[in-house]
Structures are given as C-alpha cells and as structure tokens.
Design a protein around this ligand. Structure first.
Ligand code: CA
Length: 360
C-alpha cells in the first residue's frame, strides 16, 4: 500500500516535472534565430567542432532563446567572405581567425597570432587583462562587428617537409605552403611561400608541387594524413605560437540584445576559447604518439641557427605592420609591451619549470 503510494507519488512528481519542462519548452521558443558562417569545413576537428560547440552552448545557456545554425565554409558564403557576410548582416555571427582579414586592417593579425609572438596563455592575458580585446573591439566596430576570442590551437607545429632543414641555406628556394606573416618571413629567408586551402595540401605535397607545408598540429595533421606525403615533421611552429580563433557578431544585432543575452554570448565565447585549447592540449600529445609509433614519422627540431634567423626576420616583418597606419602602430605598441613583460615572466615561470621538469 505504502509502496503503491510511493509509486504514484513518483509518477505524480514525474508528471509535474514533465509539465514544468513542457511549460519551459513553450517559454523557450527561439527569440533569435542566427546563422553562424565559418571559415572551416563543416565539423572540421577542433576548429569546426569548436564553432559547433559555441552554437550549442549559446542555445543551452540562453534556454533556447538564441538558436544558432552553423554553416561550414562554402555552405552559405566562401571561407574568406565570412567577415563581410557578418558585417553586412547576411549572417548574424561568424567563426574564423583575425589574420584572414589583414586586407581590412593590417592590425587584425595581432588578434590571431604573429611569428615569435605570444603563446596561447599569454594571448589570453593580453586579450582579457592587457588591453588586447579593447583594441580589437575598437577596430571591428568600424566594420559593424563585435569580436571575441573563441578558441586557441596552442603552439602549432613547424610543418611537413620533404627536404631536410640543416641550415639557413636549406631555406633557399624552399617552396612551402605557409600563409600570412610566416610566409613573408620565409620569402625574406629565400624561400617561396605558397598559399593553398587545407583541402589541397596533401596532393600538392605528394606530387612535389610544394616541398613543405604547415597546417596545425598533430591532431589535425594526423586527420589529414600528411605523414603519408612527407618525410620529416619539424617543430616548433615559430610562425603560429598560439593562434586565437575569433567569433564575430554583427554589432547591430549584438547591441539589440537584452543584457542577459549579451552576457551569455560573450561568456559562451569565453568558454569555447578555453575549451578548444583544452581539447588540443589533450589530443595533440596522443596524436603525436600515433604519428611516431604507428606511422614512424621522422620528427625533427629546426636547428637553432635557423630559428634565430627566422626570429630576426620575423621581428622586422612584424615591426613593419606598425608603419601601415596609426591603429596598427597603437596595436603593435600594446602587443610589444605585453610581449616584453610576458617574456620576462614566462622565462622565470613556465620556461624554467618546464626545463626543470624535463630533467630527470
Ligand atoms: Ca597553421
């Protein structure tokens, strides 16, 4: 008798819960239906799935009041039109990387990564507490956009090579897929930078059309099968020491949101920014093990004199961005000041600790 009462009580509670849930579901009819365009192939590991996570999180945190549908590159607009599409309101939101938009402003590159620049951890410090995000917000406001850090790959790998790099002379004539500032540095070192979309890397490397390519890190590189097309896997990724991915939101759309939803969108970006780095931090070491143990990849470190030369050229290339316009000058000054301080601190904290940890 008691047991039956208990069951019917439980059933009653469940029914009440279901009623509450359905009430809640009814209340949570989407108030905003957004499109998110991305520079990544749909569901691309790490980067594309990071964009998916961001959309899911905004939906969950807002109780369904904002519903975000994610579009891969080419589905709604081509990869490199994401910025313009969100700027003019074709899509409410986008996910990509700021260095793709250097045609809009050279300064944009500082908000993704620059060669021999800040690590992921330091980038987050500059962004949230060192004035970086304020500068970025100021720059993008001119284009009707609100930016937010929304993912980080951590330090990338130097890339896949079919030529050994034993000295600076080996960079002469090296035909390598390496976009952006890294490409400019390679050019000054005597190489030939090539820009190719991710989908063409494997065949270009395999056919010998290029001697080398960089991509991301072990997790993404393994997925692309690049080890089948190149002999050597070089490190470190001097050209992308901690690439910040970006979320962009149409400014009119963002400004029109109630305060709680603005906070939800901003903080969902913050969660994804940290979460993507955590994912890469977990998956890269495991993928590297697979590359080494199952695919017998020949892992090489760039020689010190090669890194020193690339560093010297990088400092020139990055400093030249500052000469382009007043805003780039201001951003360079802020970034450089933070970098100098971070270098000193990271040298006595992370670096010394990691060196000590490795000694045993
Ligand atoms: Ca890369």
């Amino acid at each position: 008798m008691q047991r039956r009462t208990f069951i019917s009580g439980a059933a009653g509670a469940a029914a009440a819960a279901a009623a509450t849930l359905s009430t809640r579901t009814a209340w949570a009819k989407p108030e905003y239906k957004w499109k998110m365009v991305t520079t990544w192939p749909k569901n691309f590991p790490g980067l594309g799935t990071g964009a998916n996570n961001l959309a899911k999180l905004i939906g969950e945190m807002s109780g369904g009041r904002i519903q975000v549908k994610v579009y891969g590159a080419q589905e709604l607009v081509p990869a490199f039109e994401v910025f313009d599409a969100v700027s003019r309101g074709t899509a409410e939101m986008g996910h990509g990387a700021a260095y793709y938009w250097k045609g809009k402003s050279e300064a944009a590159q500082f908000f993704s990564t620059v060669p021999f620049g800040l690590t992921a951890q330091e980038m987050n410090g500059w962004m949230y507490y060192g004035g970086g995000l304020e500068l970025w917000t100021e720059l993008y406001a001119d284009f009707g956009l609100v930016p937010a850090p929304a993912g980080n790959t951590g330090v990338q790998m130097g890339g896949w090579f079919n030529k050994e790099i034993n000295s600076v002379a080996d960079l002469q004539g090296l035909k390598m897929r390496i976009p952006g500032l890294g490409g400019e540095v390679l050019k000054r070192a005597g190489g030939t930078p090539v820009n190719l979309p991710g989908g063409e890397l494997f065949t270009s490397l395999q056919s010998g059309a290029i001697d080398a390519t960089e991509w991301v890190g072990p997790y993404n590189d393994l997925a692309f099968g690049l080890y089948k097309a190149a002999k050597y896997y070089y490190y470190p990724g001097w050209h992308e020491p901690g690439t910040t991915l970006e979320a962009i939101i149409n400014k009119e759309v963002f400004d029109g949101l109630p305060g709680d939803l603005q906070s939800i969108v901003t903080n969902a970006c913050k969660v994804v920014n940290q979460d993507m780095l955590a994912e890469y931090t977990a998956r890269n070491p495991a993928a590297l093990k697979t590359l080494l143990n199952e695919h017998h990849v020949d892992l090489r470190k760039f020689p010190d004199d090669v890194l020193a030369k690339l560093h010297e050229l990088s400092d020139q290339v990055v400093a030249e961005i500052a000469e382009k316009d007043a805003f780039s000058q201001k951003t360079y000054a802020s970034y450089q000041k933070f970098l100098n301080q971070a270098k000193e601190w990271s040298g006595i904290s992370e670096l010394t600790y990691l060196q000590a940890r490795d000694q045993s």
